[in-house]
Design a protein around this ligand. Sequence first.
Ligand SMILES: [Zn+2]
Length: 275
Amino acid sequence: MKSSSDVASRTVRLLDSIHGLALDQRTEGRQSLGANPSRGKIISYRWISQCCSIVLSLLAVPACALEVAIDVGHGINDSGAISARGRSEFSFNQALAPVLQKALEGRGIGVRPVNFDGRIANLRARPAAAAGADFFISLHHDSLNASELEIWAWEGQTLTYSDRYAGYSLYVSQDNPDRSTSERCASAIGAMMRRAGFVPTRHHYPKRAWADETNAVHYYDNLVVLYRTTLPAVLFEAGVIKHRDEELLLQDPERMARMADAIATGIAACLYSGR
Ligand SMILES: [Zn+2]
């Protein structure tokens, strides 16, 4: 992330170069207009003013940098669901978090890592660790009810799976203090995921009501990480790790980067448009 001094020195360099170009233009104006040098000055000042407004509007993004708290769902002591091949949900969440961090930072958005080491056991400590950031996203991977699972053997282990459902989904809480931004950002993330070719899962409906059916956003009001917070918050389920094919896809680095890119684009679009 760029520091404010980097931004300031970049501003000075850009304004210097514009000033230099403007001086050239003013000289040119005098030469070409000959009898009316004052007209050259008017053209130059208008040109400076236009350039400055363009530069300042470009610089406004890093100068007002946003910060997103990324929460790695579950942890060392509560590792969440177990995939069809026996990998913990926590390890899927932990692998996706730095990929999303990179995608956000590539857009000039700062990241506050929450529970990247898996040591936060208390759910309420997660939103507390995010206080002061602009947005909170909790990363998870989806599972299914025990009644929907079948048994299979994988590398000598007896495990459970279901190939019935696959895809991403999102959750927001109606009790979040900034419900409208939470819903807007969840929809933006879901929309960017679809645009990037990811398919949502719809198996949580009707148990979880739709906040935005098209983009697979549900209400889940009493999730601690979503309502025990002071900032807009979304819980993201990247895919179903009980699905044997999707489990493998969710570990593909190229696909993970594409997913992170879609999430980051959605967050950036939502937060910058709300400013
Ligand atoms: Zn989870």
